[in-house]
Structure formats: structure tokens, C-alpha cells
Design a protein around this ligand. Sequence first.
Ligand code: AP5
Ligand code: MG
Length: 267
Amino acid sequence: MALARAARIILVGAPGVGKGTQTERLMKRFPELSSISSGDLLRKNVRERTPLGIQAEAKMKTGELVPDTMILRLILNELTTRGWIQDNTLRPYSVYSSATGVDEADGTVDSVLIPSQFRAAKYQYTDHPSASFILDGFPRTASQAIQLDSIVPINLVVNIQTPPEVIIERICNRWVHEPSGRVYNTTFNPPKIEGKDDETGEPLTRRADDDPEVWKARLKRFKETNENLLEHYDKHGVLWTVNGNSSDEISPQLFKEFGKRFGAGGN
Ligand code: AP5
Ligand code: MG
């Protein structure tokens, strides 16, 4: 289905709730969508042994969040590289035509958390459907959300809710194709050939943080930060919650709501 305007979506939910899974499904259903997964970006850096990846690895292994500055730098870089926002202090404004999302008083993004190379920037974005994106896993604290607000406004926050006892079972059966972020589950959506990625045939692996004890630490951290995050977006009037124990319950509701809000000609 085609989109009528730019969708700038965030998926929020406990570790293993199915953010990655729902992202893949939304992109299949609405081909104009693309996604950024903060976890996938971090794991790529860990795999490539970048300085940022080496720093992030220790935090991720224990289920802790990485520092805001680190994740913000990664996300800003992705958003600008993909052309979804433009930093018009570095590049002349030409293609995009809508308003900025930053402090109009001094024309800068006003925050100590934004890495210095981005601090003086004034970002612009477009409402054209081609600039639609899903953020999976970012922001996950109210402070990250405030930072993002100052760069580009989000127009839908999908809060996915599934009981933790259902999720932990899935985590034990999850396999991933790390280079692409594609997610499988030996019972729910197994690969066509056991242990191999459907698209590339490359081997699937287990995530280092899918150990049950680490998952519990990730869940604890999620519970500590999520309430403030949801409250932030609720105040902005963009929060939408979906409940379900399985994809069959969640995906159709999500498609319907998404189509209603962004689809050309409704759903
Ligand atoms: P991240 O990679 O974002 O992990 P997460 O939030 O813990 O979520 P997951 O990726 O584990 O789960 P998911 O919701 O995507 O579920 P999935 O679709 O795979 O982050 C990892 C780490 O990076 C963090 O702990 C932190 O250290 C750091 N980090 C990331 N972002 C950060 C940020 N903004 N700030 C600071 N630090 C950050 O599904 C799980 C399994 O269930 C799969 O096997 C799937 O096949 C199966 N499944 C999915 N849906 C269903 C369903 N409906 N029914 C049955 N099975 C299903
Ligand atoms: Mg994920």
C-alpha cells in the first residue's frame, strides 16, 4: 500500500516483544518504509570492532543501556546519511521544504547530549512519503526522546505489549542473521533451511544477550525507563498501544492503524 505522507514511527516494547519482527512485516506491507534498529547498528559496530563498538559491547553483554551520546551519534549519522533529515548548516538547503524541528530562538539544537559535531546544526525534514522511517529501539529513554524531538518530530509511537512470560520463551528460540538483522524463531517463524538465512543462505547465530539472566537485566532496565518514555509521547498525542500474545494478534491491528493514519486513501 502507498503512503500519503511521511510516517516517522517508533516501536517501543520490552526486549523480545517483537519490534524487529513487526518492523520487517510493516516494510513488506508498506514498501516505502525503511528502518533503523539501534540494536543492529550497535551490533554491527561490535562485529567490526570499531572504538564505539568496543565500548558498547560491555554494556550490551550485561543488559545495560549504552550512553545517550553514543546512541544519538549513531542515529543522527544514519538519519542524515539516508537523507531523511538534512543538516543545512553543513549542506545547502535544496530538496526539502518543510519546517525545522529545532529551537527557533537561536536556530540551534539546544542540548549538551548532542555530540559536538551535530550541536550547531539545524535539521530539516520533509513530509514526503519517501522520507518515512521506523526506529526500532530508539529512543528508549525520555531524555533520548527529547533529543530526537529537537531534530525531527515523530508522528506515531507504537507501544507493543505482550506478557514477559510469553516473551522469555521466544528469546530462547531466537536465531538471527546478524548482517541484515533478520530474525527467526525455531517454533514461530523458522528459516526454510535449518540454521541458514532465507535470503543469503549464510549461517544464523544466537545473540550474545539472549541468555535468560541477561534478558532479565534488559527487562529490568526497560521497566525503569519505559514509563517516562511513554508519558513523554502521550503528552505529544502520538502514543498508540497494541496488546497481543502473538503476531497474529498484533500485526493486523498494526497494519490497520498504520493504514488509517498514513495510507493513501485510508486502509
Ligand atoms: P535491541 O537490539 O534493541 O534489543 P531489545 O530492545 O532488547 O529488543 P530485541 O531486539 O531483543 O527484541 P525485539 O523486540 O526486536 O524482538 P524480535 O522481533 O527479535 O538492543 C540491544 C541492546 O543494545 C540493549 O540492551 C542496549 O544495551 C543497546 N541499545 C539499543 N538501543 C539503545 C538505546 N536507544 N539506548 C541505549 N542503549 C541501546 O522477537 C524476539 C523473538 O520472538 C524472535 O525469535 C521472533 O521470531 C519471536 N517473535 C516475535 N514476534 C512474535 C510473535 N508475535 N509471536 C511469536 N514469536 C514472536
Ligand atoms: Mg530487535
